[in-house]
Design a protein around this ligand. Sequence first.
Ligand code: ZN
Length: 150
Amino acid sequence: MSELRELYQELILDHGKNPRNFGAVEDADYRADGHNPLCGDRITVYVKAHEGIVDEIRFDGAGCAISTASASMMTQALKGKTVDECKAIFETFHQLLTAEREPEEVAETLGKLQVFSGVREFPIRVKCATLAWHTFRAALDREGEAVTTE
Ligand code: ZN
C-alpha cells in the first residue's frame, strides 16, 4: 500500500468518526444545504466571514465517512483563509479529484487534502468527497440556496 493510500484511510477514519468544526452556527453570514442523492449524504455548511476572510466555518448533517471526513478537513483547511484563497483551494481540490492534476502537483496548495486523490477511481465517492465543497461554494455564491451533486 502506498503512503498516500495509508494516510487516506487513516484520515477518513479519524475525521469520519470525530469530525472537526461540527455543529451549527446560529448567526452565520452564509449557509447552504447540500445533498448527494447517490449516497444519501446531507450537509449544511455555515460560514462567518469578515472583510473577505473566513473567520468561522462549520458544518453539520449526516453522511458517509468520506463526505464527513472531507467536510471536516475542508473546515480546517479554509478557516482563516481569504474567500479568494478558499475558492482557489476548492478549484485545485476539484482538479485533483477529477484527475486533471496529480497529487504531487497540488501538495503545496492542498496539504493533507491531497489524500482524497484516493477516491478518483470511484465516481460515486468523488461526489461524496466534493459535496461539502460544492455546498461551501453555494453558501458564498447563492446565499441559502440548496445544492445537490446531481
Ligand atoms: Zn457518501
